[in-house]
Design a protein around this ligand. Structure first.
Ligand code: GTP
Ligand code: MG
Length: 188
């Protein structure tokens, strides 16, 4: 039959922003036919369930498939000592998910710096990769709105790539579907 389109998605953002929690939400829940946030029926290839989410060491690879696409998600660690690993995956990436802790005002400037380094990297600069931002942890009292996060990161300056920002609550899975549908549209 037809080969599925292979799509590499790089999941980036500071430590504790919620990357692994988001990716974990894409996996089907145990013993249920519940559809995850993807619009079509997605199959999580490894079938492993993450019991408890712990800070990522280095990175994790997760694979998802539907009828036409085969997604490989690189869930990178956001800890500063591992951030130098990110760039090794830029060349092979077809899409980027950048996760922000909307309640972490103090480190918003650090997130902005990392985003700028990413967007100015030679392997990303000239590539029209779609970038999906999750303004995550919108459930926190201290959370800034996605509009505010977008302003703090100066997203309006991104002119050469399609981008989109969604408010999300990764624990409840809220806001993820909207973002992932946008990303699928960009890749198709
Ligand atoms: P690293 O792997 O260290 O880079 O972190 P990460 O970005 O993968 O973050 P992770 O998914 O491990 O989540 C960090 C903490 O934030 C965990 O305690 C999560 O339960 C919590 N968390 C994730 N998303 C949300 C959210 O939307 N709201 C709230 N309140 N907590 C969240
Ligand atoms: Mg993680």
């Amino acid at each position: 039959g037809l080969r599925k389109k292979e799509v590499n998605v790089l999941c980036l953002g500071l430590d504790n922003s919620g990357k692994t929690t988001i990716i974990n939400q894409l996996k089907p829940a145990n013993h249920s036919n519940h559809l995850g946030p993807f619009s079509e029926e997605w199959k999580h290839v490894s079938q492993t369930q993450t019991q408890e989410i712990v800070p990522t060491i280095g990175f994790n690879i997760e694979k998802f498939k539907n009828s036409s696409l085969s997604f490989t998600v690189f869930d990178m660690s956001g800890q500063s000592r591992y951030r130098n690993l990110w760039e090794h995956y830029y060349k092979a990436s077809h899409a980027i998910i950048f996760v922000i802790d909307s309640g972490d005002k103090l480190r918003m400037v650090v997130a902005k710096e990392e985003l700028e380094i990413l967007l100015n990297h030679e392997d990303i600069r000239c590539k029209r990769v779609p970038v999906l931002f999750f303004a995550n942890k919108m459930d926190l009292d201290s959370a800034m709105s996605s509009v505010k996060v977008s302003q703090m990161l100066s997203l309006e300056n991104i002119k050469d790539k399609p981008w989109h920002i969604c408010a999300s609550n990764a624990i409840k899975g809220e806001g993820l579907q909207e973002g992932l549908e946008w990303l699928q549209e960009q890749i198709r």
